[in-house]
Ligand binder design. Structure first.
Ligand SMILES: *[C@@H]1O[C@H](CO)[C@@H](O)[C@H](O)[C@H]1NC(C)=O
Ligand SMILES: *[C@@H]1O[C@H](CO)[C@@H](O)[C@H](O)[C@H]1NC(C)=O
Ligand SMILES: *[C@@H]1O[C@H](CO)[C@@H](O)[C@H](O)[C@H]1NC(C)=O
Ligand SMILES: *[C@@H]1O[C@H](CO)[C@@H](O)[C@H](O)[C@H]1NC(C)=O
Ligand SMILES: *[C@@H]1O[C@H](CO)[C@@H](O)[C@H](O)[C@H]1NC(C)=O
Ligand SMILES: *[C@@H]1O[C@H](CO)[C@@H](O)[C@H](O)[C@H]1NC(C)=O
Ligand SMILES: *[C@@H]1O[C@H](CO)[C@@H](O)[C@H](O)[C@H]1NC(C)=O
Length: 480
């Protein structure tokens, strides 16, 4: 764009109207005070009555291009009622914030969404930025038949745009599509923000994107999806130092539904899914869970905390406490043919409950063994681990499983299908891997016969437990 001479009704605007910074050509600033009747340029720059008026004034009077920035600033500490229901064609990147350091409140009074951004009106080789900063946005509502996604904020259009929410607090929203509060067809980044009581008739009770969603230091509370992802639905979800509590999904992923999920240093507590994955549901992606706390989540069928289907990855230094489901009180793992495995490292499973099988873990159709390193299983409902005929856990180098119903306090692994409670004087055996780390396979229905020892109740040592293969989803279909 280059520098421009800016003349506005013969008035030369002050320099605060016009900045040049690296990477952006021009910044057009517009302030929205309360009760302003029309756009005018004052000493400090342009003021307008509302956001569409700002955009319209700037685009009519200047030759705004995709490397410029429009900055719209609400009066701080003020409440703006019904400054809502906008559909904005953005010609460039846009920054919406407050003039000052205290947030402003937008109250849509359950009548409208706040804003729909349509990016189709410009073309740029890279991504535009849409940033919303330091706003409290309440009582938003969207049942727009043309575009029902995003109860408060929607991003659509052919030009890619990164939506960033920073220090935004949203409370009470409804969307008749995806994304109770926010939906974008492109990526979304959320920093230092909070979302309470959002509802989506489809997926993502708070946030929805078919692209990447990044959450830092943010809180999702009491949101609800009638489909998948009580708080968040995304293709790739990065969830860091964030918290999801009391969210609900009617089908899967009480808090988060993703293809690939990377979740670290976060708390996911008291979320609930009608079917599977009380906290998180992932399908056919990479997963990494590190230093996570999964507490008191619940699923109607499988995976009180996590239900991972055809996923590859790891669970590291995480804590699963008091989660509950019919199968897999803490986790259900289910694989499509020959795909994936999950490693568990230094994770703890306390007091999880399965009303059927797998107080801590239930696993099915896993041809590759799932390895547990240094796992601690304590007081989960009996049996602690359950598998179907094709699956196995490999307990590698000290996993401790205690308080098994039939074994008293000695460590055990459970073999549900043969009704065998396998108790071991030491958890890890090295019989079949002479030079490797000591390890132990819980069940011998691996594709090749293997040596292992299982002790039954009469202390009889069983070896070579190769078992006939059964159909792939033997009990209750692929979810189990
Ligand atoms: C966005 O703008 C384009 C171009 O005018 C239009 O075709 C499209 O319908 C708009 N999208 C929505 C959801 O309004
Ligand atoms: C969008 O933001 C990124 C990161 O701050 C920046 O590198 C990029 O240049 C911005 N894009 C535009 C079109 O301003
Ligand atoms: C399973 O996941 C892998 C990689 O994550 C993917 O390539 C494959 O297509 C998935 N299988 C199915 C049947 O979805
Ligand atoms: C796991 O969570 C429980 C319940 O909040 C807590 O008491 C325990 O200290 C946690 N353990 C670890 C290793 O973080
Ligand atoms: C074992 O788990 C059950 C169910 O979560 C819980 O009620 C009980 O207090 C736990 N016992 C111990 C010793 O933690
Ligand atoms: C195995 O884990 C238990 C519980 O964390 C620990 O007390 C014990 O020292 C570990 N043993 C080895 C050999 O690492
Ligand atoms: C277990 O089966 C393998 C393969 O059939 C065989 O080589 C091995 O000797 C058997 N071990 C025992 C203890 O029967």
């Amino acid at each position: 764009m280059g520098n421009k001479n800016i003349y506005l009704f013969g008035i030369i605007l002050l320099s605060s109207f016009f900045n040049v910074i690296y990477g952006i050509d021009s910044i057009y600033k517009c302030v929205i005070p309360q009760g302003e009747a029309y756009c005018q340029s004052l000493d400090g720059g342009l003021v307008c009555p509302n956001l569409p008026a700002c955009i319209q004034f700037i685009t009519l009077n200047f030759n705004v291009g995709p490397t410029d920035l429009i900055s719209v600033l609400y009066e701080q500490n003020a409440v703006f009622d019904n400054h809502c229901g906008y559909e904005i064609s953005i010609p460039t990147s846009i920054y919406i914030s407050v003039a000052g350091s205290f947030p402003a409140t937008i109250n849509c009074q359950n009548a409208n969404r706040f804003i729909l951004f349509n990016t189709s009106f410009t073309e740029y080789s890279s991504w535009l930025n849409i940033t919303v900063n330091s706003l409290t946005i309440i009582n938003t509502y969207n049942d727009d038949a043309a575009y029902p996604d995003g109860g408060a904020i929607s991003v659509v259009g052919y030009q890619s745009a990164q939506l960033t929410l920073n220090q935004v607090e949203m409370t009470t929203s409804y969307s008749s599509g995806n994304g109770g509060f926010v939906s974008s067809i492109y990526d979304i980044t959320i920093v230092d923000s909070q979302f309470n009581t959002g509802t989506a008739l489809k997926s993502g009770g708070a946030i929805y994107s078919p692209g990447a969603i990044v959450s830092h230091n943010s809180i999702y509370n009491s949101c609800e999806s009638k489909a998948s992802g009580g708080a968040i639905f995304g293709e790739t979800v990065n969830f860091m130092t964030s918290k999801a509590t009391g969210n609900y999904a009617e089908y899967n992923g009480g808090a988060v539904s993703c293809t690939s999920c990377y979740m670290f240093f976060s708390i996911v507590q008291s979320n609930n899914a009608g079917l599977i994955g009380g906290a998180v549901y992932s399908y056919s992606g990479m997963v990494q869970f590190g230093s996570m706390q999964f507490i008191q989540n619940q699923a109607g069928v499988c995976g009180g905390a996590l239900h991972l289907i055809n996923a590859t990855g790891s669970v590291t230094t995480s804590n699963f406490t008091m989660n509950k489901a019919n199968y897999g009180g803490a986790l259900c793992l289910n694989y499509l043919p020959d795909q994936g495995s999950i490693d568990f490292l230094d994770s703890t499973f306390y007091n999880n409950i399965a009303t059927e099988q797998g107080g801590a873990l239930h696993i099915s159709s896993s041809l590759k063994p799932n390895v547990i390193y240094h796992g601690i299983f304590f007081n989960n409902s009996y049996p602690t681990l359950s598998c179907d005929e094709e699956s196995s856990f490999l307990c590698n180098n000290n996993c401790t499983i205690s308080s098994c119903d039939r074994c008293g306090s000695s460590p055990c692994l459970e073999d549900y299908d043969r009704m065998l409670s396998a108790c071991f004087d030491t958890v890890c055996h090295s019989d079949f891997e002479p030079q490797g780390t000591p390890h132990f396979i819980s069940q011998a229905y691996a594709s090749q016969p293997q040596n292992l020892y299982l002790l039954d109740d009469n202390n009889f040592k069983h070896t070579n437990h190769t078992r006939p293969k059964k159909s792939r989803f033997p009990r209750g279909g692929p979810f189990l």
